[in-house]
Design a protein around this ligand. Structure first.
Ligand code: DX5
Ligand code: ZN
Length: 218
């Protein structure tokens, strides 16, 4: 599945961005929320998500890069998130945050920044349900358009092996610097959800960019 991140898109015309994403063949929209505390940037929040929800029929994947995600789970679910991820490095208790997202009836994701070892997610594996996912950050969170960090690939592989061993039907999402080449490396390592921002929305032909992310995995 390909999820188009709108962070670096033409925010002056979000309806056109949503149309472009839908026409590109991307499976979902990826919506990055930053609070200026967890990361050194502020993006968009609840009211913009509600507006997008009214406009697009595509699933919306909300990536919370905020210090206290638990406090906002219900509001983001209500505003239209179909998938909701939060960072394991945040101040909220991960087990409680997962329970709260599940209580809202949407898919939950645990996001992991590049410097956090994959072992940090082990205590929460048993809580993950079908359609849930882990989000492996392949850049430092905070900005679109950064360069993919290849040192994150072994983490994807380790997580993929962990999930297979436990027979858990949970997805692996990657986010940051994804293009045809890095996307393929991530898929070979075990990722099945690819977030791509500038590669898709900065492309002259977004549909061709999405297609290149979906080419058969060698
Ligand atoms: C970074 C965000 C990403 C970002 C991806 O903090 O989480 O979703 O928008 O953008 P690209 O694909 O341009 O790296
Ligand atoms: Zn993101």
């Amino acid at each position: 599945m390909v999820l188009a991140s709108i962070l670096n898109s033409n925010l002056l015309n979000l309806s056109q961005v949503a149309d472009t994403v839908a026409a590109s063949g991307a499976d979902a929209l990826h919506y990055d929320v930053m609070d200026g505390r967890f990361v050194d940037n502020i993006s968009f929040g609840l009211p913009v998500l509600s507006a997008l929800r009214l406009y697009t029929k595509q699933p919306i994947d909300v990536h919370l890069m905020i210090s206290d995600p638990l406090r906002f789970v219900e509001r983001f679910a209500e505003a239209g998130a179909d998938l909701l991820s939060f960072h394991i490095e945040s101040d909220s208790d991960p087990a409680e945050t997962l329970r709260c997202i599940h209580g809202c009836g949407i898919a939950a994701g645990i996001a992991i920044s590049p410097d956090t070892p994959i072992s940090a997610v082990a205590p929460y594996l048993s809580q993950m349900q079908k359609d849930d996912f882990f989000l492996i950050m392949t850049v430092y969170p905070g900005l679109g358009g950064q360069k993919f960090m290849p040192q994150t690939l072994p983490k994807i592989q380790t997580l993929s092996e962990m999930l297979r061993r436990e027979n858990l039907p949970v997805h692996i999402e990657v986010d940051g610097g994804i293009n045809a080449e890095t996307g393929m490396l991530c898929r070979q390592a075990g990722a099945d959800y690819l977030v791509a921002g500038s590669y898709v929305l900065g492309a002259e032909d977004p549909a061709a960019a999405v297609q290149s992310l979906k080419q058969p995995c060698g």
